[in-house]
Design a protein around this ligand. Sequence first.
Ligand code: MV4
Length: 456
Amino acid sequence: MFSRILIANRGEIALRIIRAARELGVETVCVYSEADREGPWLEFADRTICIGPAPSSESYLRIDRIISAAEIANVDAIHPGYGFLAENAHFAEVCRDCHIEFIGPSPEAMGLLGDKLSCRQMATRTRTPIFPGSKDPIKSQDDAVKLASEIGYPVIVKASAGGGGRGMRIAHNEAALRSGISAASKEAEAAFGNGAVYLEKFLEDARHVEIQVLGDKRGNVLQLFDRDCTSQRRHQKLVEEAPAPGVDPKKREAVAKSAAEMIRRAGYAGAATVEFLMDRDQNFYMLEVNTRVQVEHPVTEMVTGIDIVKETIRIAAGEPLPLKQREVTLRGHSIECRINAEDPDKGFIPQPGLITEFSPPGGPGVRLDTHVRAGYRIPSAYDSLIGKLIVHGADREEAIARMRGALKEFKIAPIKTTIPLHRRLMDERQFTDADFDIHYIERLLKSDNSDVAQKV
Ligand code: MV4
C-alpha cells in the first residue's frame, strides 16, 4: 500500500478521499488555492500545500504546480477526485512520467473510453447496446444525410471528444442536420481541439441509468449495478438513487454484465461509470463512459456495502478486487440529494457567502458527505456543491420517508440552498412513482414560472 497520497481536489470529495486513505493507513497531502485557505477539510490532511490563486486555471488545473507539490511532499500517488484533472489523459501521463501513481485508469484506457466514437466501437465488440448511428467520424454532410435517412429522424450530432452535453445538435430534418454538423464540429474544435462529430438516433424522453464498474490491474472487473440519475437540470444532477427503480432484474443483470465487459476489454483499472439512456420499454442505449469516481458514488456504496473510494486507492496500489461478482449483492434502496448553494427560485444562481447556521440531520440510514460547517464562507470561484445528503432504507418507500425527515431536520442559513426544492420533490407524485424522464425537473420548474406569470 502507498505511504502517502496527494489529493488534487477540494471540498467534499477531498474530505471523502482523506477518510478513505485514513482507514487504509495512508497519509494525505492536500493542495489548496488561496480561496480555500480556510477549507475545513484541510484540518484533516496530514499536510497542506498552497498551489496558487483562487481561479482553478491558476491552481487546481495547474499540472506543473500539482506535480511540484507532489515532489516536495514525496507522495507515492495522486488522487484526482472528480472534475478538475480527473479525466485529463495528459495529466495521467505526466504522473506516469514522474513515477507518481495516478489513482485512476491508464492514459490509454482513459483515451479509449473517453473518446465517444472509440467507446461506441468498444460497446459494439462487447454487445453493449448503443443507438443506431455512426461507426466513424462524419466525413461529409452528404454522407451524414444518407446515414440519417437510414436510421430516421430525429438524429443527434455529437462531438466525439465531448461529453456531459457539450457540442450536441438535434436535427429533425436534412437542413437542420447540415447546419448542425458544421456548428457542432466548429464548437468541438474550439472546445476540445478535435472537430470529429458523429450521428446517433435521437431519443426524446428517457431515463438516465448508469452502471458502476470497478476494474483492478489484474484484469478483474466487478459491476456494482445501477443508479438512476434522471432528476437533473441542464446536465446538473439533483437526485440520484440505487438501484434504478422499476428495472427488470434480468435486464439489469444483462446490461451490467455487458458494461463490465467493456471496461475489462479496455484494460481499465479503477472506478468507471457506463452511462445509458433507458426508454419506456426498458431498452438501454450506451451514451458514454465516465473514467472517474462520480459525485453520486455513495448511493452505490450504500446498497452494495463496498467503499468505492477506498477501492480506487487499493486498486492503484496494485491490490486485487476484494470480492467475486457473485458476492456483490444489492441490499435495500439508497437516495442522494445534492445540496447546492444555489437559489432555485432565481434560476439556480450561485449563493457564495458566510454560513452562520448549519444543523445537519441524523438518525438511522442517514449519511451526510460535506466539508461545510457553521462559520464557513463558500467561495465564489468553484462549483456550488456544499454537500450530499444520502439515505438508505429497506426499500424505496422507506428511503424516501427517511429523506423527507432528514431534509426537514437540515437547516442551513442565511444562504439559499436546494434543500427546499428537494423537500418538495420528495412529495411530488411523479418522483415518488418514479414516473419521470430527463426533462421532468425542467417541466416542473417551468410550470411554477407560468403560474407566477399568470398571477402577475
Ligand atoms: C442523447 C439524448 C437522446 N438521444 N443521445 C446529454 C449528455 C450526454 N451525456 C448525452 N446526452 C444525451 N444524449 C441520444 N441519442 C439525450 C441526451 C440528454 C440527456 C442525457 C442524459 C441526462 C440528461 C440529458 C438531458 C438532455 C439530453
